[in-house]
Write a protein that binds this ligand. Structure first.
Ligand code: IPE
Ligand code: IPE
Ligand code: MG
Length: 242
């Protein structure tokens, strides 16, 4: 049985929540603003919701910030997003660390500008011994790319004589994912109403519960997170059993 943390009310809290932070562009367009304005408000909301998750006792939070496919967007929009990542990581170094949040990154961050890569490395280093909530920020992340990377690493281990093909099992592959050592997500929330995975945590979400909310990410409030958790708590998870 999956281990879950008890909240103050004695209800079962998901220990790992994933959030696809979607709907920034539509939020801005509805207001006649450029899409980047939606990203600015969405980034501020990321900080608020992260803090809220930490305060209610969530152990792991994974947020989808930028997918391997998001490079297809206009250069101006990608540039605005990279600027926000930089700003928020600088803030994270100041703030989140006081909040006892450990930050990890999922994805190939080597594709980002040098200054951003340095901030990423510094954030990981400074926070690595924190014991509070783990925040995984998925940036230049794609579930398929992650699985390919794990397969390549396993193949290399076999080639180097450190592993036999029979030893490549689910546990071994899990240990080669960016989320190595973490429990799989229990609950994945997608605001914006889209009913798809968009390449998020493909390997890890085998038995995650999905909650789709018809609200755009910049409007997503702590009360919406509570609503998603309440919905999750009503679900009966069977993991293939009865
Ligand atoms: C999510 O919001 C943020 C990123 C993908 C970086 P979108 O920018 O996808 O917003 P919509 O879906 O177009 O409204
Ligand atoms: C998923 O949203 C990626 C992030 C939220 C970072 P997208 O907006 O890129 O997904 P699609 O294109 O609607 O599937
Ligand atoms: Mg979108």
């Amino acid at each position: 049985m999956r281990k879950k943390k008890e909240s103050g009310k004695g209800e079962l809290l998901p220990s790992h929540i994933g959030i696809i932070m979607d709907g920034n562009g539509r939020w801005a367009q509805k207001r006649g603003l450029p899409r980047s304005a939606g990203h600015t408000v969405g980034a501020a909301n990321f900080k608020k919701i992260t803090r809220y998750c930490s305060s209610i006792g969530i152990r792991y939070l994974t947020v989808y910030a930028f997918s391997t496919e998001n490079w297809k967007r206009p250069a101006e929009e990608v540039g605005a997003l990279l600027g926000l990542f930089r700003q928020y990581l600088e803030e994270a170094l100041r703030d989140f660390l006081n909040d006892d949040i450990k930050v990890r990154f999922l994805g190939d961050v080597s594709a980002f500008p040098k200054a951003l890569q340095e901030l990423i490395a510094e954030t990981v280093e400074v926070s690595k011994n924190r014991t509070g909530m783990t925040l995984n920020i998925a940036m230049n992340y794609g579930g398929r790319a992650e699985i390919v990377r794990a397969a390549q690493q396993a193949a290399q281990l076999v080639k180097d004589g450190e592993l036999s093909p029979e030893e490549i099992d689910e546990a071994r592959l899990s240990s080669l994912m960016y989320t190595a050592g973490e429990p799989d997500p229990d609950l994945i929330i997608r605001p914006s109403g889209e009913q798809r995975i968009s390449n998020f945590l493909l390997w890890q979400s085998a038995y995650a519960e999905y909650v789709i909310l018809d609200i755009l990410w910049p409007d997503f409030k702590p009360a919406d997170l509570d609503k998603a958790i309440a919905e999750y708590q009503k679900r009966k998870r069977r993991f293939g059993g009865v």
